[in-house]
Ligand binder design. Structure first.
Ligand SMILES: [Fe+2]
Ligand SMILES: [Fe+2]
Length: 241
């Protein structure tokens, strides 16, 4: 599957869509598949000094070790995909973001004197990301996703007449801001390298921030690369009817 796909010179996002196991390989290599996924994979790989053969092997072994195969979201309804994003990814953020804030407080209490030069800018970046994500999720849940569901349930000229491209482009810009905040956090921490005197909470903080990063990449990938293009396409096919 992956080998046939790679022969067609796909973009990074196309590989992530068709072989979801590739996302864990891209995470390890630091290849952007969510906001910057629209470029040929060959270009992204050559920047990392990785060959097509190496990526094919890595994706094959990642697919074999994935406990649960990701559903093919290009074949579901848009309503099912929007429901899945809310149930899995928005729910995760709503419990994880406050937990991370508390963790920052504990780690700063113990380590601010010695590691404040890293922890304080890290917490500032995290706090603005948290605030933005909270309002971003509300916009999706209260405006964009209901619009997507309504268009799917009733593709009448009145419902389809409202252009969906404008709210989508606002969401895409906010995704880019979130992805940039994640990149800054990685830079501030030197790729999450822990100091020698890090306590268990410090370890927990860095591990949790990396898990948040991977989770947000997958979340943004489902929206930017599958849900939004399909919602736009749905409007276009309705216009031709
Ligand atoms: Fe979302
Ligand atoms: Fe989003």
């Amino acid at each position: 599957m992956i080998r046939e796909l790679l022969e067609k010179n796909p973009t990074v996002a196309e590989v992530a869509i068709k072989c979801p196991a590739s996302m864990q390989v891209f995470e390890k290599l630091g290849i952007d598949y969510c906001c910057g996924g629209q470029r040929p994979i060959i270009e992204a790989l050559s920047e990392k000094g990785t060959s097509l053969e190496e990526i094919a092997q890595a994706v094959e072994s990642a697919s074999a070790s994935e406990p649960v195969q990701e559903r093919d979201w290009t074949q579901s309804t848009l309503t099912e995909l929007a429901d899945h994003i809310e149930a899995v990814y928005h729910t995760f953020l709503r419990s994880e973001l406050p937990r991370l804030s508390e963790l920052f407080t504990r780690v700063l209490e113990a380590h601010e004197a010695k590691h404040g030069h890293v922890l304080l800018p890290l917490r500032d970046t995290y706090e603005s990301l948290e605030t933005e994500l909270e309002s971003h999720m509300l916009k999706e849940e209260q405006v964009l996703f209901p619009m997507i569901r309504a268009r799917e349930a009733n593709p009448s000229p009145e419902v389809m007449g409202f252009p969906i491209e404008a709210p989508i482009s606002v969401m895409e810009q906010e995704h880019l801001n979130a992805a940039n905040a994640l990149t800054s956090m990685r830079q501030i921490t030197g790729n999450y390298s822990l100091p020698d005197d890090a306590c268990p909470s410090f370890h927990n903080l860095y591990q949790s921030l990396q898990a948040l990063e991977e989770n947000l990449h997958r979340h943004i990938h489902l929206e930017n690369n599958i849900l939004f293009p399909r919602a736009i396409q749905q409007g276009q096919s309705a216009a031709w009817m």
